[in-house]
Design a protein. Sequence first.
Length: 285
Amino acid sequence: MQMEAVSTPVGVPSRYLNWTPAILGALVATALSSILVAFGATVGLGISSTAPTWRDASAALWLLSGLYLIIQAALSFGMGGYIAGRTSVGLTAADAAEVEHRDGLHGLAAWAVAVVLGVALAALLGSATLSRSNGNAVASRTSVAEPLLSYELDRLFRPARRAPANVEYSQERAEAGRILLTSSSHSGMSSEDRAYLVQLVAANTGLAGADADRRVDAVIASSEAAISKSRRSSVILAFSVAAALLMGAVIAWAAAGIGGRHRDGAPMPHWMGPPDPAVRYQRGS
């Protein structure tokens, strides 16, 4: 019994996907995306911020920031996909559809590598920031509520009289911050936690019971509004990132096909304009 040899189609290289053009396109896409994101953050187009003044931002600014994130992703992945398709090795004798598919695959590979690089860079920056901010802090004296509710905690422990210079409220702030985070839950802050918070404020600020009670109510309402706005901005950020990545994959595929057409001297697709009658080139011939 004779075994039939599996033949490679004519014009198809042994390595269907060349990683050098894909990595080159991914590096260009990541670099361009970093520049555009930094520019957007400089001019104030940010999805979220830990600054208390961010709470005054309108919904229009949130939407504009999300739209800018999608546009920069389209430009970055489009450039990366084009370079991946333009620098890949062409097929000398293959069907035009096969050429388009292979070029698009290079663009998709560039998109995937760029996404992985972006996630890795974001994780490194985030871990470096956390380690720098918590390097000298004790776990019991810190709280995840501190960046979000720092202004509310300042108001909560603002003394009735000027406090001595050596007074610290680190542990009390952390405990109060964790309690304030429960105000955004479905059941809200429990009466027991609220009563304890009133006692904590009265003991550390010197306020009378009624004044401490009113301050706690005001801070709880402000904390609920701050957490609600933070959740909305997080939803917009997640949707914008997902839309940008999905659109980037499509644009990278299409841009790689355009780069492959420029590489082969082929006419552009019909959706980019009417074909030039002087061009009689046929791909794969």
